[in-house]
Write a protein that binds this ligand. Sequence first.
Ligand code: GLC
Ligand code: CA
Length: 540
Amino acid sequence: MKKNWWQEVVVYQIYPRSFKDSNGDGIGDIRGMIEELDYLEKLGVGAIWLSPVYQSPNDDNGYDISDYEAIMDEFGTMEDMDEFLREANKRNIKIIMDLVVNHTSDEHQWFVEAKKGKDNPYRDYYVWADPAEDGGVPNDLRSTFSGSAWEFDEESGQYYLHLFSKKQPDLNWENDDMRQAVYEMMNFWIEKGIGGFRLDVIDLVGKKPLEEITGNGPRLHEFLQEMNQATFGNHDLLTVGETWGATPEIAKLYSNPERKELSMVFQFEHIGLDQQPGKEKWDLQPVDIAQLKEILTKWQTELGNEGWNSLFWNNHDLPRMVSRWGNDQDYRVESAKMLAILLHMMKGTPYIYQGEEIGMTNTPIRDISEAEDIETINMYNERLEKGYSKEEIIHSINAKGRDNARRPMAWNGEKQGGFTSGTPWIALNENYKEINVEAALNDTNSIFYTYQNLIQLRKDNPIMVWGSFELVDTVDQVFSYYRKYEGECWLIVTNFSNEEQPFISEDEIEEVIIQNDKEKITTLREITLRPWQAFVVKVK
Ligand code: GLC
Ligand code: CA
């Protein structure tokens, strides 16, 4: 496989609304992001995945786009965006734009036109269907944000499809003109000098809604090959698809370089481990570490040369991993560092979600009035109606709700954590006085420096990028593996639990690469790992 820049970098995800507010209106913005580029340069990241900054009525915080070639007023102007690109590029940081083309906002000009009538030229840009014989919805397809995926349009007497909120009508990818319009828009951004695209719920674009096929539809890969040719194919860009249903076999279809589709995909198999099989993410169960090891090992070994992994614990849709599978009470620092070491030492491109690098935690709510997220609020109402108790639902929200990751970034211990001089659009986590960027930078032992160190190690050691992966047989709660490259061998050992765990190896330590506590590792013969202990050693 040819070596690509996007295999060597670490990517940092910014959720602009919650990153940094520059003008006191309580909403993060582009000028705020420009102010903090030096911080990201210090961390060492090579790319930023930018959640949507396009014009949007914010029904789903920017994932409902009303104009792809304009910037959301609250975030700034196109001039600000151009400056952000320039300033980032100066620091060797590429900008990966979030490409949301499974749907638009219902306020997008295309949909405004489409609603005008069945013979409007834009009508077929969207998915319409006649009522069922009884006059009801065409079929049983459900929206990810609760309720039917079909919304009735009085004027034309037809339903339109929305796999997300009813303000996010699905585009009809069967329409050639629509696809060409999307490619033109993508080229508009490529010409600005961006570093690539993160393709939102891209596995849905080949859908056959009347046959109730949504993910992995028949023409999906044909569309992606066409897109590749019409847009990023001739540029050296990172493209990463969000693909909830991907198995390694499916991932290869997207990312085998010979097929000319995408650089890599986000797979979510490990993310589903703490939900009851066949149920929703809100139906909780504890994660089984043995299973986690099995799944991640499968992904580490099965892609071979036909694909490349993306590595992540967090994003704007997921709860904070330190609260979820780590321990944000007694072992916050240890478990956050352990999660970082475990992930960054694997084979693939690591992604960091804003605040992860300082160990930001989930933010529990007591009442639904504290929630902002449409998915959370709709689910709450749906489950109340079904007879769940309020306590039960709030418990699920605190474990899995998307607002957990969307609390403002804490920059210092002052008022509103230095995020805004005004009133934030959503409250900060109360622990911001302790957990913030300034505190992290002032403490040489902080989680931040573990991330910084991991990113630097990656730049200095090709084994971290290109080495093979081999799981080591251990007790369930210990996650250990080798990376091997050109005669060199690294051993990664992590304790994924609150208890001490045994570890035994015949290997001789040649050099300690990184560890999450101060006591230096000197031997691997029959050792006892402290809770959440993690280290990497070069071995003979
Ligand atoms: C993706 C995004 C999520 C959004 C949804 C609809 O899953 O990550 O935030 O709500 O797509 O665009
Ligand atoms: Ca602002």
